[in-house]
Design a protein around this ligand. Structure first.
Ligand code: CA
Length: 230
């Protein structure tokens, strides 16, 4: 899956530059220009990593970072703080606030991308993993195969992507709209009930192979893969 980065930066030119370089490096980017927008974006769907400007109008980057660490849903979210402040005391304060890393402006895009990749490898190993697991279900990404115990499950390409999405975020509940975005892509026009059809097929394949149903339907909310798996 493409890691999603939320860039929180009030300088439009820098936000554009960051978004351009991150997308070129293979990341999906969403932008927020104020602390308030950042909090909304985080509540809507937590990204895989946040690039957070220290100096923002109204709600500062430090305050955003504190809130990210306070909320159970975002507590473990990797955060890189961007700042023009280079004093050691500020650096330490930034890390004490809960940021995982710190990049001082001006920085080279190459350096920033390297830091993003390093932090993602450390904090979200599943994003660069060769294999994804939940209980007895093992997905080999390189071989494009899914096994349960000794048996292989044959999945269609959409069910494979769907299962991959669930395995990358076990236990998290996704609305059908969010699943549509993640598995089919934002730009495609696919009807929402298509999600139910493919979840149904995936569910049947998993149930036939495991004897249990690891996909939970959350009424009015969506679907999740039980963290313990089958
Ligand atoms: Ca700023």
């Amino acid at each position: 899956m493409t890691p999603r980065i939320l860039v929180v930066e009030d300088e439009a030119a820098l936000a554009t530059l960051l978004s351009y370089n991150l997308e070129k490096a293979g990341f999906a980017v969403s932008l927020a220009s104020t602390g308030e927008d950042a909090l909304l974006a985080l509540a809507e769907e937590p990204p895989d990593l946040v690039l957070l400007d220290w100096m923002l109008p109204h709600v500062s980057g430090i305050e955003i970072c504190r809130r990210i660490r306070r909320e159970p849903a975002t507590r473990d979210l990797p955060v890189i703080m961007l700042t023009a402040r280079t004093e050691e005391a500020d650096r330490i304060r930034g890390l004490e606030t809960g940021a995982d890393d710190y990049v001082a402006k001006p920085f080279s895009p190459g350096e920033l991308i390297a830091r993003v990749r390093a932090l993602l490898r450390r904090a979200r190993p599943e994003l660069s993993a060769e294999e994804l697991r939940a209980g007895a279900i093992v997905m080999n990404l390189a071989a494009h195969r899914v096994h349960v115990g000794d048996g292989e499950i044959e999945l269609g390409p959409t069910e494979f992507r769907l299962l991959r999405h669930f395995l990358e975020h076990p236990g998290r509940v996704y609305s059908r709209e969010a699943i549509l975005d993640a598995v089919w892509g934002r730009d495609l026009h696919v009807e929402i009930r298509t999600v139910d059809v493919h979840v149904g097929r995936l569910r049947k394949a998993l149930r036939d192979a495991t004897g249990t149903d690891p996909i939970r339907t959350v009424r009015g909310a969506g679907y999740s893969l039980e963290a313990g798996g089958a």
